[in-house]
Design a protein around this ligand. Structure first.
Ligand code: CP
Length: 335
């Protein structure tokens, strides 16, 4: 289905051919090909419920470069706090309902980007991705996912562009996506989206995580559909030793244990027991000279050593840079 005027929530809802066209266009933008100002006269609201360095900077810059106007709203700070529960009796802290806020924004702007991390309090609510779906439900203009509970599709597109850039292709690339240690329980959005996009683009992915840290079953269902289309397998293992040998790409990311919602102190003890999942040069030495990837922000010397992230095979800044170009391509296609 073409991207024009559509919501963009996850890559698995898009055709591979449309995503490939986006990446080709992103490469053209990166090489300085900007013939016109496709967003002239258009404006995009960027709604942030959570902090950001890369997403905010690249969206604001990309929109301006394309001739449009970005309007950034930090919810609960200079913008009102938002209630998203249907039928809520709003006699507590939240000032405005999402249905009013989104209907109003739809009358001002041509698209709305939303960053809404999971609250990590209710597994059911986070797995339902309720906040971004609330925006989708009440908006008359396209909603762009700037990272929700479940997905970070712009990061995944930049990661795929980076693999393509470094290897010349994605099909058949052996990718090890590994869980990494971290002092806090983090969302699964980045690994979910990277796994989906890598499967969609024909990578041979091995997902490695300790047994207590699976990704959501719903995501694996979507991944299996991509595997059926690409014909490339996705393996799930419980050790890095099974994932790293021969890999062309190592992607490190931490996430919290789905079975421990509301019991994060208990989970922390288990998480702390896996400090040896840090990515080191020694572990990278059994790969096929793999590039190292991480979405950033990174916890140095916890998730990976300085040697790995600063080393010659690290592609973390290339991916961060490519966020700008894939998002410009996305904005142009949608608007
Ligand atoms: N990777 C990423 O989305 O970075 P920010 O959280 O800084 O936007």
């Amino acid at each position: 289905m073409p991207l024009k005027n559509r919501h963009f929530i996850s890559t698995h809802e898009c055709l591979l051919s449309d995503l490939e066209a986006l990446i080709a266009r992103a490469r053209a933008f990166k090489h300085g090909l900007l013939e016109a100002k496709p967003l002239a006269g258009k404006s995009v609201a960027l709604v942030f419920f959570n902090p950001s360095l890369r997403t905010r900077t690249t969206f604001e810059l990309g929109i301006r470069t394309l001739g449009g106007t970005p309007i950034t709203l930090n919810i609960g700070q200079e913008a009102w706090s938002l209630e998203h529960r249907e039928g809520a009796v709003m006699d507590e802290g939240k000032t405005e309902h999402v249905k009013d806020a989104v209907r109003v924004l739809s009358r001002y702007v041509d698209a709305i980007g939303v960053r809404c991390f999971p609250k990590m309090a209710s597994r059911e609510e986070d797995l339902a991705d309720a906040v971004i779906h609330g925006f989708q439900k009440y908006s008359d203009v396209p909603i762009l996912n700037l990272e929700s509970s479940l997905y970070h599709p712009c990061q995944a597109l930049a990661d795929i562009m980076t693999i393509h850039e470094k290897r010349g292709m994605t099909r058949g690339a052996k990718v090890a996506l590994t869980w990494a240690p971290h002092p806090k329980p983090l969302p699964t959005s980045v690994p979910n989206s990277f796994l989906l996009a890598a499967a969609q683009f024909g990578c041979e992915v091995t997902l490695a995580h300790p047994p207590e840290f699976p990704l959501p079953p719903l995501v694996h269902e979507f991944v299996e559909k991509q595997v059926a289309l690409s014909g490339r397998p996705v393996r799930v293992v419980n050790s890095q030793a099974e994932a790293f040998p021969g890999a062309h790409v190592v992607y490190a990311k931490s996430w919290g244990g789905l079975g421990y919602y509301g019991r994060w102190e208990e989970e922390k003890k288990i998480r702390d027991g896996y400090a040896n999942w840090i990515v080191t040069d020694r572990k990278m030495s059994v790969t096929s000279d793999a590039m190292f990837m991480h979405c950033l922000p990174a916890r140095r010397n916890v998730e990976m050593t300085d040697e790995v992230i600063d080393g010659p095979r690290s592609a973390v800044y290339d991916s961060a840079e490519n966020r700008l170009y894939v998002q410009m391509a996305l904005l142009e296609a949608i608007l």
